[in-house]
Design a protein around this ligand. Structure first.
Ligand code: TEU
Length: 577
C-alpha cells in the first residue's frame, strides 16, 4: 500500500481571492479579508490553503493573466499582505500554496512587451512568433487552424513586427516558449523562487501538461467542417519535452525547498485532457520525481464537451454508472501504481457540485450537499475543497442574463454562439450554449462567498464585482455555524471522520458494487482487514439499501434512517471494525 506523506493525508481548501471577503469596500475580495476570516478557515479542519492567483494582472482571465509575478494585484493588497498570510497560516498549523501560472503571461507583462518590441529583441523567442500564411487571393492567414480554449483562434497578428503570436487562451495571454532555457530560468526565479523564498509550502501548477508544444505547428485535422478553426489540444498537451521540463523544474527549484515544518514542498498539477492513467502515471509516479499529484477533470467534465472543443458548453446527459466508472478508474489507479491523485468535485472553473451532480432545489439542496460531501471524504486520494462547497453554495439562478456572467470563457463561447446562430450555421446553438452555461459556467463558482444575511451577504460593504446569489439570506456561513444540523456542521464532522479513519478512507483500496445501478452509488473501502461500506442515494426517491450484515453504522447524512431503505439523497457509511 502507500507510503504515508503529509500531502496525501491533508485536506486542501481553495480560496478564490476576488470572491472570498472584501475588507475595504471596493467590491473586490482581498487578502486582508482572508486574514480577517482566518478563524473561520481554521475552524473547518483543513490543513492547506490553496490561494488562486493574486498576482498583478489586468484581470482579463481573473488573474490567470499575470503581468508581474513579483507583485500583487493592488485591489487584493500587497506582497506584505501575502507574507502576513503565510505567517498566519503557519501560526494556525496550516500550509499555504500558491497558483503557478507559467504556460503564458499577460500581454502586459514586461517580458512580452520586450518580446513584441522587435524581432531582434533578446526576449523575442520567449514567446511563439510565426509569419503569416497567405491564401490564393493573397489574404493573410494565421500560421495554423487551431481553436483556442476560449473559442476563436490561437494566433493574433502583431502589426508592429508583422508576425503572429500564439495564445492557447485569450489573445491577452501569450504562451511562453519553454524551449528557451533563458525563459525557463526567468520563470523559475520570478514565478517560483520569489515566493518559495517567502515561505510558501508549494504550488498548484496551472495547465501543467501544456508547456511543451509541437513547435513545427502542424495543421489540425478538420473535425468541424463548418469552421476554419479546429480543436488542436493534441499539439500542445503532453508534448515531447514536457517531462524533461517538469523534471528540471523539480530538480532545479522545488527540491531545494521545504515546508515551514520541514517537509518536502507539495505540487499538484492541473492535468486536463488526459484520461489515460498510463499517461498520468508518468507525471505522478513517485519514481519520476515530477509532480506529487494531479487534478483530472473526468468527473467535473461529466456532461461537458472537452475544453478547447467547440462543444464544452453543449451539455449532454450523463448517468450515474458513468461517474462510478470514473471514480473506480482513479481509485484503482492509486491501488495498483505508485502514483497518487486528487479527490474533488468543485473548483473555480466548474459549476457547483450540488447543481451539477445532485439537486439544488429548496427541498433537496442541503441533503445533496451532505451526501456529496460524504462521497468525497471516504475516497482515497488527496481531498480538495473549494470555498463555499462546505456551506452548500449552488449555481446562480437560471434567470440570470448573460450580462451577470463575468468569465471571459463564457462570453467568448456566447459571442460565438450568437454569431453561428445569426449566420444560420447552427440555429439552435444560442439556446444550447445558454443551457450549458446555466449548468456549467465557471462563473457559478465565482459568486461572492455568502457569510451572513446582512447586505451583500457580508462579503462587501461596497458594490460586489459580481452579483451575490439571490439566496444568500438562506445559504450563509453564520446561520450554519449556529446550526448543528447544517451543511457546514456536517462538513466539519466528516472532515474529522476522514482523519480518524484515514487508513481506510485516505489509503484504503476501492471495490465498486452494483456498477450499473443508475440510482445508488455503493462501494467498499478496504485496509488491512478493515472494511467500510458506503451507500449513496443520488435520487429524490427512497432506494433499497444494500445489506450491511453485522457492520455498524458510522454516519448517515440523514436522521431516523431505516436499515433497508436509503432516504432520498442520503449518504451512509458502515464499518466492520
Ligand atoms: O484552466 C485550464 C483550462 O484549460 C480550463 O479550460 C480547464 O481545463 C477547464 O476549465 C477544466 O474544467 C486553467 C485555470 O484553472 C483557468 O481558470 C484558466 O482560465 C486557464 O488555466 C488559463 O490560465
Amino acid at each position: 500500500l502507500h507510503t504515508p506523506q503529509w500531502w496525501k493525508e491533508s485536506t486542501f481548501y481553495q480560496i478564490y481571492p476576488a470572491s472570498f471577503r472584501d475588507s475595504n469596500g471596493d467590491g473586490w475580495g482581498d487578502i486582508p479579508g482572508i486574514l480577517e476570516k482566518m478563524p473561520y478557515i481554521a475552524s473547518l479542519g483543513v490543513d492547506v490553503v490553496w490561494l488562486s492567483p493574486m498576482f498583478d494582472s489586468p484581470q482579463i482571465d481573473m488573474g490567470y493573466d499575470i503581468s508581474d509575478y513579483e507583485a500583487v494585484y493592488p485591489p487584493y493588497g500587497t506582497v506584505q499582505d501575502v507574507e502576513k498570510l503565510v505567517g498566519e497560516c503557519h501560526r494556525n498549523e496550516m500550509k499555504l500554496i500558491l497558483d503557478l501560472v507559467v504556460n503564458h503571461t499577460s500581454d502586459q507583462h514586461k517580458w512580452f512587451q520586450e518580446s513584441r518590441s522587435s524581432k531582434e529583441n533578446p526576449k523575442r523567442d520567449w514567446y511563439f512568433w510565426r509569419p503569416a500564411r497567405y491564401d490564393e487571393q493573397g489574404n493573410r492567414m494565421a500560421p495554423t487552424n487551431y481553436r483556442s480554449y476560449f473559442a476563436g483562434g490561437t494566433w493574433t497578428w502583431d502589426e508592429h513586427t508583422q508576425e503572429y503570436y500564439l495564445h492557447l487562451y485569450d489573445r491577452t495571454q501569450p504562451d511562453l516558449n519553454w524551449e528557451s532555457p533563458d525563459c525557463r530560468r526567468a520563470i523559475y526565479d520570478s514565478a517560483m523562487r520569489f515566493w518559495l523564498d517567502k515561505g510558501i509550502d508549494g504550488f498548484r501548477i496551472d495547465t501543467v501538461n501544456k508547456y511543451s508544444k509541437h513547435v513545427d505547428f502542424p495543421e489540425a485535422p478538420v473535425t468541424d467542417p463548418s469552421s476554419f478553426i479546429q480543436p488542436a489540444a493534441q499539439f500542445w498537451c503532453n508534448g515531447p519535452r514536457i517531462h524533461e521540463f517538469i523534471k528540471e523544474m523539480n530538480s532545479d527549484v522545488l527540491s531545494k525547498y521545504s515546508t515551514y515544518d520541514g517537509q518536502a514542498v507539495v505540487t499538484v498539477g492541473e492535468l486536463s485532457m488526459t484520461p489515460d492513467p498510463e499517461v498520468v502515471l508518468k507525471y505522478v509516479s513517485a519514481r519520476e520525481k515530477e509532480l506529487d499529484m494531479v487534478f483530472q477533470f473526468d468527473i467535473t467534465h461529466l456532461g461537458q464537451g472537452p475544453p478547447g472543443g467547440n462543444s464544452k458548453y453543449d451539455f449532454t446527459e450523463w448517468k450515474l454508472p458513468e461517474m462510478k466508472r470514473i471514480v473506480r478508474k482513479w481509485q484503482t489507479f492509486i491501488d495498483r501504481t505508485d502514483g497518487w491523485t486528487t479527490v474533488f468535485n468543485e473548483n473555480h472553473d466548474n459549476g457547483r457540485s450540488v447543481s451539477r451532480f445532485a439537486n439544488d432545489t429548496l427541498e433537496w439542496r442541503e441533503k445533496s450537499a451532505k451526501m456529496l460531501g460524504l462521497w468525497l471524504v471516504v475516497q482515497t486520494g488527496t481531498l480538495f475543497l473549494y470555498q463555499g462547497q462546505e456551506i452548500g453554495m449552488i449555481n446562480a439562478p437560471k434567470e440570470w442574463s448573460i450580462e451577470e456572467y463575468k468569465d471571459v470563457e463564457a462570453h467568448k463561447y456566447w459571442k460565438e454562439a450568437v454569431r453561428l446562430a445569426e449566420d444560420g450555421v447552427d440555429p439552435t446553438r444560442k439556446e444550447r450554449i445558454m443551457h450549458g452555461l446555466q449548468l456549467m459556467a465557471r462563473d457559478h463558482a465565482r459568486l461572492p462567498f455568502q457569510w451572513n444575511s446582512s447586505a451583500n451577504g457580508g462579503f462587501s460593504n461596497g458594490q460586489p464585482w459580481m452579483r451575490m446569489h439571490d439566496l444568500y439570506k438562506e445559504i450563509n456561513a453564520e446561520a450554519q455555524e449556529k446550526d448543528a444540523d447544517s451543511v457546514l456542521s456536517f462538513y466539519k464532522r466528516i472532515l474529522s471522520l476522514r482523519k480518524e479513519h484515514k487508513d481506510v478512507f485516505v489509503y484504503g483500496t476501492f471495490e465498486l458494487l452494483d456498477p450499473e445501478n443508475i440510482s445508488t452509488f455503493v462501494f467498499r473501502k478496504h485496509y488491512q482487514g478493515k472494511t467500510a461500506l458506503v451507500t449513496l442515494n443520488f435520487t429524490t426517491a427512497p432506494q433499497t439499501a444494500p445489506p450491511a450484515d453485522d457492520m455498524r453504522l458510522l454516519i448517515s447524512s440523514c436522521h431516523k434512517i431505516s436499515t433497508a431503505t436509503l432516504q432520498p439523497y442520503e449518504g451512509r457509511v458502515y464499518i466492520d471494525y
